[in-house]
Design a protein around this ligand. Structure first.
Ligand SMILES: [Zn+2]
Length: 87
């Protein structure tokens, strides 16, 4: 019995970490980028906000798409923090 519980816990931990790690590599959808730009992600899901920032810091294709959204999306985006470019 004890072994099964340990196994289930290990799988849960691996699943959780895997989800976090893969989440950082996954490209953002247009909707996520728009929410991020408008500052909605920061309010609703600070963890996702951090993940999106990290992804945008290392993914030029999502940065390009965010640039497109910044051109088209008006609204409260101006008070969103600028994306830090790491290089
Ligand atoms: Zn991306």
């Amino acid at each position: 019995m004890g072994k099964i519980i340990v196994l289930v816990a290990a799988i849960a931990i691996i699943y959780y970490i895997g989800k976090e790690v893969l989440g950082a590599f996954r490209h953002l959808s247009d909707e996520e980028l728009a929410d991020f730009w408008a500052g909605r992600t920061k309010k609703s899901d600070p963890k996702a906000q951090r993940r999106f920032s990290e992804h945008l810091g290392s993914c030029s294709s999502c940065r390009d798409r965010l640039d497109e959204i910044r051109k088209s999306e008006s609204g409260p985006g101006a008070d969103a923090p600028m994306i830090e470019r790491k290089y």
